[in-house]
Design a binder for this molecule. Structure first.
Ligand SMILES: NC(=O)C1=CN([C@@H]2O[C@H](COP(=O)(O)OP(=O)(O)OC[C@H]3O[C@@H](n4cnc5c(N)ncnc54)[C@H](OP(=O)(O)O)[C@@H]3O)[C@@H](O)[C@H]2O)C=CC1
Ligand SMILES: O=C1Nc2ccccc2C1=O
Length: 307
């Protein structure tokens, strides 16, 4: 990176970042990719019990209804927590892109989720891997569904896996009037996406990190292992701290309640708590040229071009 690395950041488990529509999103989210349908309600409940206030699912994950049920039962058991304290994100599949398909998908999602969570905080286009016509048609429909009226049930809209060209295409669209609040991206030290992040900063769109633990692929990386041994810090903790130090909203997944709790424990409880990393660790993890896409079949979705 061109800037001097930050060695500490004032962030705790109740911290939220302000989006470009003034809504506040909790900095850590429980991700439900590969969480089995039959476990999703229980594990979402576990995540909320551990202190997460942000849940990330998708139509593609086949567990959004169960995740919403988990939120509803947690709220039922914890009257001190309000619906407005919890952030719920879902995403549209590629098949749900295009104006009509998105209108239909939003209706379906509304019917399925509203009984449990009343509204959805954020709907994302899961990927740009369709066509210009479909991406822009979907965006038109999403914008219309965030109109502030009694039917309002989608509070914010955003994108995932969009590259600079997909975002420019959106900004230049004739009917464009609502900016995506965030771009959900694979982000970790082996894929820091420096240029794309600079573009996002310029346009006031927050980067949201998925696969911050590299889905486990890099947990045996020799450099990471030796840094963890030298500084007696857990490898997972190093990766999560790195992600928070970059200013990302961080999504992390586990099917195991003890790991769900371990992952949020990286963030201090104390309002004035901070997280930091030794400069040597930050320097070692600073790989601005690295471009290792570990998800999406190792093909970078942000570089997708229409055929
Ligand atoms: N928009 C998109 O295209 C994508 C979005 N996402 C979102 O981001 C979320 C997080 O990313 P994800 O890809 O799941 O990857 P993560 O980087 O969160 O890694 C999850 C893997 O790490 C393991 N793990 C979790 N915690 C620990 C721990 N404390 N110690 C050791 N291993 C651990 C999990 O295993 P176990 O479950 O056995 O604990 C799992 O195998 C997703 O769930 C999803 O919501 C993810 C990918 C793409
Ligand atoms: O959410 C997702 N997680 C993934 C991991 C690998 C490939 C695609 C995806 C997703 O769409």
């Amino acid at each position: 990176m061109t800037s001097i690395p930050t060695t500490s950041i004032l962030v705790n488990r109740a911290s939220k970042y302000k989006l470009n529509n003034d809504k506040l999103i909790p900095v850590i989210g429980y991700g439900l990719y590969l969480v089995p349908k039959g476990d999703a309600a229980r594990l979402t409940y576990e995540a909320l019990k551990a202190g997460y206030r942000h849940v990330d699912t998708a139509e593609y994950y086949n567990n959004a209804v169960e995740a919403a049920q988990g939120v509803a039962s947690f709220l039922n058991d914890h009257p001190e927590v309000e619906r407005g304290d919890i952030w719920f994100t879902t995403k549209l599949t590629n098949e749900q892109q295009g104006y009509e398909a998105t209108v239909a998908a939003l209706e379906k999602i509304g019917k399925e989720l509203k009984p449990y969570i009343k509204y959805v905080d954020l709907v994302l286009l899961h990927s740009p891997l369709t066509s210009k016509e479909k991406r822009l048609g979907s965006w038109k429909a999403l914008q219309e569904h965030t109109v502030d009226n009694d039917a309002l049930w989608v509070k914010s809209i955003g994108v995932s896996n969009f590259g600079v060209d997909h975002l420019k295409e959106l900004f230049e669209a004739e009917h464009f009037y609502i900016k995506p609040v965030l771009n959900q991206l694979e982000l970790h030290p082996w894929l820091p996406r420096v240029e794309l992040r600079q573009f996002l900063v310029k346009h006031d769109i927050l980067p949201e990190a998925y696969s911050p633990l590299t889905q486990g692929y890099k947990l045996d990386d020799p450099e990471l292992v030796s840094l963890a041994e030298k500084y007696k810090v857990n490898k997972v903790e190093i990766l999560l701290r790195w992600a928070f130090l970059q200013g990302f909203i961080v999504l992390v997944k586990s099917n195991k309640p003890e790991r769900i709790a371990q992952n949020i424990d990286v963030l201090p409880v104390d309002t004035y708590g901070k997280i930091d990393l030794e400069l040597e660790i930050l320097d070692a993890l600073d790989k601005p040229e690295s471009n290792e896409v570990l998800t999406w079949g190792n093909v970078d979705p942000t570089l997708f071009k229409d055929t």
